[in-house]
Every structure is written in structure tokens, then in C-alpha cells.
Design a binder for this molecule. Sequence first.
Ligand SMILES: *Cc1c(COP(=O)(O)O)cnc(C)c1O
Length: 464
Amino acid sequence: MRYISTRGAAPELGFEDAMLAGLARDGGLYVPASWPRFSEAEIAALAGLPYEEVAFRVMWPFVGEAFSEAEFRDIIARAYAGFDHVARCPLSQIGPNDWLLELFHGPTLAFKDVAMQLIGQLFEASLKRSGKRITIVGATSGDTGSAAIEAFRGREGVDVFILFPDGRVSEVQRRQMTTPGDANVHALAIAGDFDDAQARVKDMFNDHAFRDAVGLAGVNSINWARVLAQAVYYFTAAVALGAPHRKVSFTVPTGNFGDVFAGYVAKRMGLPIDRLVIATNQNDILHRTLESGAYVKGRVEPSISPSMDIQVSSNFERLLFDLYDREGPAVTELMGELGTLGQFALSQGAVDRLRAEFDSARVSEEETRAAIRETLAGTGKVICPHTAVAVHAAKARRGDPAVPMVVLATAHAAKFPDAVEEACGVRPALPPFMADLLDRPERVTPVPNDLAAIEAIVAREKVA
Ligand SMILES: *Cc1c(COP(=O)(O)O)cnc(C)c1O
């Protein structure tokens, strides 16, 4: 498989280079040159297989010549060995035909582990082969950072720098980033919000001299390999609920549009997805875009679902590329307007396509708390605020009751104990393996919202 940039002006790459590059050199994102399509029989054959085997079959057409079949199977096996559930991403039932897809069984208790653990193994295999050294720089709204640190801590030839918005992540999220003692782990608290952190990371990638000098590599949700890894659980869930013989709907708590875009990828590959619902909190740029046809950047309003406190959803560019018939110049123009004016308007054709593929709902803080309470009362399950946003949205946008509705449960409630306790009176406990998290010493470098200052710190602190 070859990869092309959404802006049409960067060199085509293979899977391995696209994965290591993160952002394309023309500022765009890499996407596969075409969408592979599974037949109904191929999808039906996934029923009952272990997660790892489904992962292999779904991802293999995208990986192709980068790894041998045996190497790739081995990478997948190592990636998911540390998950604490044998099904890796199990389903649980919360209503007559309503399900949670539990994506929090990895080492940092959020769905980011599903992709990041795979990326850690993929990068290691690739760097071993080339002997290269790299510097991973990422921005996080809370969960990506710890997942990246957990995937790369102590690995040879790799430094990990994570920028998180100072004071805007939960204490558990912060401590997961600041307590690992490995010399190659660097937590940077930026004076700004997530969009600032993400913008500075993008700036670093666009500073080609710096990029080459430190061997910059990206693992943010713009990394294609992450999106791909997330497409897998749409298949395992849908097939367990009767696909391809019946349709299945999904509701996805959305921030950077990575997870829900993975659902779109699964659909392009032939998975019969009925509704794909984008659930947003009060930071609702995507919901407003579906309603109005204009993508208008707002101000980030901190919420109790902080991993979704985002007003520029990076992966949306990948969808735009398809909405505009894969024409790089059209995407370049829109993203240019976003940069200068903070907004752009979609063409009528693009809006129609967007609405044909996705549904959306915006969920208030009070509705989120109510969803936590009602889920506890109805099922005995304590859910995290992000999951609760999606539970509410799924109810609001429920279509045909005969079609199973799967809500992506993106984090363990114990990552957000204050918000959950306030909503339902129950304080969720951390699992035993991280019970002492609040006692471990922290190590963090405060940084200003300034590119030159951040680059200087990266150059100075890296050890690889
Ligand atoms: C990252 C994250 C999200 C949003 O996912 P995107 O891929 O950025 O849309 C939702 N919930 C949790 C818990 C997260 O960590």
C-alpha cells in the first residue's frame, strides 16, 4: 500500500515511512492511496477469531511490504499481551440492544493504549532494522501522553517528549505522565490549552531543520498507524453482534476525530455500519460543522471530559480529503483559511456527504453527569465522563431499535475519580497495579507556549 498526503504535495510513502513521518512535509496527513475492501465472506470469517487474528487480517492490506506476515503477527501479539482482558476489547451490555465496547483494558486505562501499544512495537521493529534514533514529540489532552510514555519508556534509541496543557488534565492523567522514572521520558507542562500544545507540535514538524536534526517522529492521533489500529475493534464488535448479516451502529466520544474516523475506515472497508454518531461535549466544533456546514474554531471550554476539550480536530482533514474527491489543492485551500481566518465553509456537496456518513450530538455537562448516574442505576456500571457523553448521544440519536448500538467506552472511570464521584456518589478505585500512583514522585518541566523555547528544551534534554 502507498500513502499520499491530504494536501497532495508531499512524496508518496510506504507504510513504514508514513508511520514514522507523522505529519507529511506539505503539512498534510498521510492516507492510503485507496481503501481496501473486504467481501461479505471475508467479514463473516472474522466471527469468533481472537482479537489478534482479526487485527492481523484488518491491518495486513495496509501494511503490505513493510513487514513479513510472521513479523507482523509477532508485533500484534506483543502489543496486546499486556491487556488485562483476554478479549482485549470486550463488549458489555447496557440496554436491550445497547452495548459498551470496553477499550480501557490496556496499561494506562484508556483506548489510546490499543493503538499506542501497537505503535511501540512497530517503531521498535523498524528502528532495530535501520539503527536510527528518533525523538517522539506529542501533544496530549490527557490520555495520549501517558499511553505514549507507557509504550516507549525505557526503549533504546527513542526519547519521548509529551506536551500537556498545564492544569487541564486530571491528577491521575498527569501523574501517569510525570511519575515514570525512565531517563528517555520527558513530561512538559505547557502554559496554554490542548490546541496550543498541538499547534506547537505541528510547528516543530514544519521546522524541517529542527525535524531532521533531532529525528522527529510523531505518535499523535494524526499518525496513520494509530487510526488503523483503532479500525480493528469496530470489526470485532460488529461481527460479535451479527455483522455482516446485520448492520451495527456506533457512537464515539470525539475530540481529535481519530477514533470515529477509524470507524469510517472500517465502513469504507465494507463493514456494514448503520449510524456513526459523533458525540461531543460543549467543545462542539464537529457537531456545529454537521449542523451548519461551516468549520468554525471556537475557544476551548474546560469540561469534565477533558480528553475531548478540543476545537481543532486534526483527523478531520483526512475526511475532508474524501469529501473533496481526494483533491489535495482543495484541502490545502480550506486548511489555509482555517489558519488565517480560524474557519472555512464546506461546499454543499461536501456537507451532503458528511451528513450521509455521520450523525452528531452535543452533550452538556449536566447531561453527562446524568448519564453517569443513570448508567449506574440501570446497570451497576460506573462509566467515565467521556463514555457518558457518548451514552447520552447514543440515546439522543438512537435509530431503529433492532440495530445494535455500540458506545465506545474510551476510558476507565478511575482516571476521572472527582468528576465521577460528583456525578454519582461513587469514587471509582484504581486497579491494584497502579494503586500507589498518588504516592510516586513526579518529574515535570514547565514550558511557555513558545516554539523556540520548547525546541531548545527538546534539544537539551534528549538522551537518545
Ligand atoms: C482521546 C480520547 C477521546 C477522543 O478521541 P479522538 O480520537 O481524539 O476523537 C475520547 N475519550 C477519551 C477517554 C480519550 O482519551
